[in-house]
Write a protein that binds this ligand. Structure first.
Ligand SMILES: [Zn+2]
Length: 482
């Protein structure tokens, strides 16, 4: 029984700056309830919506990144329903069956399958640009038992992309990879900060051969996309194998119990009373806006990945960088300033990212990464042999992962500032070993390296550098003596 999965992903354009039709902020987090509001997003009579240029730009850039043509016009429609968190009693969206024109029809999303390292494709049906409603907050006991409900309109009117895929997705895992890829792409083009609480929600539909389609609502995290669909896949399979029927229905994902449950009646299309919004004339994207959108859309994770593998970095390591945007940015900036592409990839993509994971810190958060100067200093120390890579890896990276702001001099062991001088001292104080080496007993070199390390007395010095300095001087002696 093969599964067919389709997704409807709602992503806030958190980086739009303002709400979709007024100047209130797009990122309302941390604000007192009902302070990020105005007559437009409160739906007061006579208030007229004005589309935000940046929200339109970011939605077009998203469409373009997912291989949609920039539309000739965006036409908004009203979708009516009555709920306390929707003050106008309608949501502004783009329903094409009543003359709406979405920001994207068709298109496709690619995602990388880590394992085979193949790019897989899922067709998109459309992308709408719409408003997020406000938030209803219940007291103790939740929606069923609370004595009251509070409404916060800070979120009301925040621009939201509704991304709808065709039911092309073969497995719950592929569904998670797809959502990850969509969020990463939107993060790269500067539209969304996916780490903000509530920045995205997923509704999924899944059917097995021989069964009807079931919609699962209210999925709020990447892990839950896979968990909810895996649960639903097993539930439907058992039902069909036992000779039962899977009915068409809508279910609710309960992330705490890890189960899906039947949901009450949902409005049908007719009940929404869709029609074009008379307050909003069609938005016709001009050439400049379209060009700006395409420029933003060119910064996709796949392009960045290709750039890094083009520097000779293996795809596994390159993807480790690309899958955390701050890592990829830091990496490319370091390489641009002359850092060795492989050394930088190893330090940032493998070892530092590994330390962040170990410390339970999010590698996608720019605040968890050290400054470019610090990284360049560390790479420079390794390249010049001031510190061996293992010292940086073992002593410095774990400390920075806990506190990226800590000064390097507080973390690094004291270094030998002039290794050449210690090498010369050892060559003078160990004439026997020097003689042995010059007579062809090459093992004497190891003894001399050890003697230099001992004389360094616990200060850091790269043994490879010591070996090189010793060899240079010994060969010179041999040349001078012969
Ligand atoms: Zn407002």
């Amino acid at each position: 029984m093969k599964a067919r999965i389709g997704l409807e992903i709602h992503v806030q354009l958190t980086e739009a700056g303002s709400k979709l039709f007024c100047g209130c902020k797009s990122n309302y987090r941390g604000m007192e309830p009902n302070t990020n509001v105005c007559p437009v997003c409160l739906g007061l009579p006579g208030a007229i919506p004005v589309p935000s240029r940046r929200a339109i730009l970011l939605s077009l850039a998203s469409a373009s990144a997912f291989r949609c043509a920039i539309p000739t016009a965006i036409v908004f429609t009203r979708k009516h329903y009555f709920y306390p968190d929707l003050p106008k009693n309608y949501q502004i969206t783009q329903y094409e069956k009543v003359g709406g024109a979405p920001v994207c029809s068709g298109g496709e999303v690619e995602y990388l399958e880590p394992g085979s390292w193949e790019w897989r494709k899922v067709r998109l049906r459309r992308i709408n640009l719409e408003e997020d409603p406000g938030r209803t907050v219940y007291g103790e006991g939740g929606i069923l038992a609370s004595s009251h409900a509070l409404v916060d309109y800070n979120r009301s009117g925040v621009p939201l992309l509704e991304i709808v895929t065709e039911p092309d997705i073969p497995s719950p895992r592929d569904a998670r990879l797809l959502v990850e890829s969509i969020l990463l792409t939107l993060e790269y083009i500067g539209a969304v900060n996916p780490r903000l609480e509530g920045a995205f929600r997923v509704d999924a539909n899944i059917s097995l051969e021989g069964g009807d389609r079931v919609e699962v609502k209210n999925i709020g995290s990447l892990q839950d996309v896979e968990k909810a669909l895996a649960y639903e896949e097993v539930r439907q399979r058992r039902l069909l194998e036992a000779g039962g029927r899977v009915e068409r229905e809508t279910r609710h994902w309960d992330s705490i119990r890890g189960v899906t449950k039947p949901l009450r009646h949902k409005e049908t299309e007719e009940e929404y009373l869709y029609f074009p919004d008379p307050d909003l004339p069609p938005v016709i994207p001009g050439r400049r806006l379209a060009e700006e959108a395409r420029a933003l859309a060119s910064k996709t994770p796949r392009r960045v990945l290709e750039r890094i593998t083009g520097l000779g970095v293996k795809i596994e390591v390159a993807w480790s960088l690309v899958s955390s945007k701050p890592a990829a940015q830091l990496y490319l900036a370091a390489v641009e300033r002359g850092a060795d592409p492989w050394l930088a990839a190893r330090m940032l993509g493998i070892d530092y990212k590994g330390e962040l994971r170990e410390a339970g810190r999010d590698p996608g958060d720019p605040g968890n990464w050290p400054s470019l100067d610090k990284i360049l200093d560390l790479i420079g120390y390794v390249e010049r042999g001031v510190y061996p890579y293992d010292t940086v890896k073992g002593l410095v990276l774990p400390r920075l992962a806990m506190d990226p702001g800590v000064p390097l001099r507080e973390v690094l062991p004291e270094a030998v500032t002039d290794p050449g001088r210690i090498v010369d001292e050892v060559l003078t104080s160990e004439p026997g070993a020097v003689e042995d080496y010059l007579r062809g007993r090459t093992k004497a070199l190891n003894y001399l390296v050890g003697a230099v390390m001992k004389r360094a007395g616990g200060r850091a010095v790269d043994p490879r550098l010591v070996r090189r300095l010793l060899l240079e001087r010994l060969e010179k002696m041999r040349g001078g003596g012969g």
